[in-house]
Design a protein around this ligand. Structure first.
Ligand code: CA
Length: 220
C-alpha cells in the first residue's frame, strides 16, 4: 500500500517514514501542500499535516477531495485549534493529534482503508422508487436527473438505501460513514442530511426518527 506523507517537519517525517516502512507500507514524502494536491490521486492513502509552509492544510484537504476519493488522515500539532466538523466537511476521513502512538496510527490506517475497500467491493445498483444509486460508479439519479453529491453525502445515502424503510441509528451512521474515532460530530450528520434532502429535491424521502436516527422512505 502506497502512502503519501505530507509533512514539513523533517524529524517527524523521517520517524513516520521509518515506522510506516517497517510496517510494510511504501512511503513517498513531500513537505509541499501544492505537490500533495497534484500527486494524491496516485496513492492509496494520504497522511496530511495541517500546518504546512506553502498552503493551509485544510485547503490541501479540500483540493484533494475535490478531485479524488483517496482516503485522507489529517495530522495536527497538539494545541492547534481543530474543528472536527470543518475537517469532515473538507472530506478528511480521520485525524490524529501529534504526538501519536504508532500502533494507533497503523490501526487508523487499517480502519480507513477497510471502509474504502468494502465500498469498492459493493458492485451494485440500488433502485428505490425514483432513486437510483450506482454504488460502483458512485452516481445518483432521481428519475432521469443526475444529482451531484459530495463523497460523504453519497456514503450516507448509500447506507440509508441499503435497507430502505429501516431506521439507521445516528451512532451506526457516524461509525459507518465517518469513523468510530470521531467524537461529537452529530451536528455534521444533521448538516449532511439536510443538504442531501435539498439536493434530492424530496425532503420527505429521508425521515427523521426523533432521538434515534434516520430512515429512507419509498422515494416515489
Ligand atoms: Ca507542520
Amino acid at each position: 500500500m502506497r502512502i503519501l506523507l505530507v509533512e514539513d517537519d523533517v524529524g517527524i517525517a523521517s520517524s513516520l517514514r521509518e515506522g510506516l516502512e517497517r510496517h510494510g507500507f511504501e512511503v513517498t514524502h513531500t513537505a509541499s501542500g501544492r505537490a500533495a494536491i497534484g500527486e494524491a490521486a496516485a496513492f492509496d492513502l494520504v497522511l496530511l499535516d495541517l500546518g504546512l509552509p506553502d498552503i493551509d492544510g485544510k485547503e490541501v484537504c479540500r483540493e484533494i477531495r475535490g478531485s479524488s476519493e483517496v482516503p485522507i488522515i489529517v495530522t495536527t500539532a497538539r494545541g492547534d485549534e481543530i474543528d472536527r466538523v470543518v475537517l469532515l466537511e473538507l472530506g478528511a476521513d480521520d485525524y490524529m493529534v501529534k504526538p501519536f502512538g504508532f500502533r494507533e496510527l497503523v490501526a487508523r490506517i487499517g480502519a480507513v482503508t477497510r471502509r474504502y475497500s468494502r465500498k469498492a467491493s459493493d458492485r451494485a445498483v440500488l433502485r428505490i422508487g425514483r432513486l437510483h444509486i450506482d454504488l460502483d460508479a458512485r452516481r445518483v439519479h432521481v428519475g432521469d436527473d443526475e444529482v451531484e453529491l459530495t463523497p460523504k453525502e453519497f456514503d450516507l445515502l448509500a447506507m440509508l438505501a441499503e435497507r430502505p424503510g429501516a431506521v439507521r441509528t445516528r451512532e451506526d451512521i457516524i461509525d459507518e460513514v465517518w469513523d468510530v474515532n470521531w467524537f461529537g460530530p452529530t451536528k455534521t450528520l444533521d448538516v449532511h442530511v439536510s443538504s442531501l434532502r435539498r439536493k434530492l429535491g424530496h425532503a420527505e424521502w429521508i425521515s427523521t426518527v426523533r432521538g434515534v436516527g434516520y430512515r429512507l422512505e419509498s422515494c416515489e
